[in-house]
Design a protein around this ligand. Sequence first.
Ligand SMILES: Cc1ncc(COP(=O)(O)O)c(C=O)c1O
Length: 380
Amino acid sequence: MKHISYSKQTIDDSDIQAVTEVLRSDFVTQGPQITAFEEALKRYLNVKHAIVVSNGTSALHLAYLALNLKGYEVFTTPITFAATSNMLHEVGAHVHFIDVDPLTGIMEVKALEEALEQANPGAPKAIVPVSLQGIPADLPAIYALAKKYNAKVVEDAAHSLGGEYSYEGKNYKSASCAHSDLATLSFHPLKTICCGEGGAVTTNEDALAEQVRLIRNHGLKALPNTYLREQKAWGFNYRMTDLQAALGVSQLKRISFFLGRRRSLAHRYAEIMAQEPYRDHIKITPLCEGSSYHLFVIHFNNLQARDFAYRFLKENGIETQVHYVPLYKFQLYKELLGEMHLPGAEAYYQGCLSIPIYPNLPQEDQDYVLDILAQCCQHL
Ligand SMILES: Cc1ncc(COP(=O)(O)O)c(C=O)c1O
């Protein structure tokens, strides 16, 4: 039987050569590849600072620590990977979950505005939108609200490297921080580019970048012309290695190919699933030209249909995923926030299923997925 994952890294000989060269060099960590990767990311994103780190979770932790969010009221979404809000809790922020659009799973600006309106006007505030699936959140609208309510903004762009949006006639990249204070990226193998594990924090603000760099490396600052160092902040070892950075540089060179393949697979899925037998049972997330198509999320009419489809595809060798169960359903979040029920998040969760999409997915495998999905629809 076939086995098709919902996502998979794309490694070629040039990646292997790049990593091998580092293995043969003098530096396997904290060497020249770190700077090369940071410079390449800065150019690609058109952002002033890119600080590469050990993974997307440490990137979030560092961004929150740089803003010193302890005691802040922070508004984020429950439809995300747990790291987004776990790290908020970790730094001592008060998490508030805002409802999402039932098809994209992205934070609803109107719901955010209502929450900001109701929040204590004197409390420090921050907003963490997630550019879910690869579709940039409505960053210009969120940033405008942040200015109005004096809130900080961190974009969780783990899914959306390569994603773009336009505003007032100009194009911006997700994680460019044109409409946020900081953004975070992940280079986990299933993301747009792969470093094994890896992440980055981006910002246009010098002081925030300096703070992220400091905390990335134990909070220790080297004093000039001496062996002495000063403990300037409480920090961690969140450094990336040169092996990972070399892979990142090599992968970033091929990002247009990766994005192009993902886009064309998404368009083909959408075109075919607009027809019988799919269309009565499956809605797709509306195509978005600026998406990096990290995920391709389809929606069934209800939880029973979605769960049936998950099992049916699995029995036929196709791995799918639910991105995500609303975080407020987890016991620890219930203890923290009490029972919650957000209608958009519930609707999104009950229908959603991420089906296979990755650059090297062969057309015959996409056809197989479509064929099994068509068979599944006959049973619904
Ligand atoms: C939205 C989101 N944020 C953060 C992360 C954390 O990234 P990492 O796995 O690199 O720690 C992930 C990982 O899947 C994610 O999906």
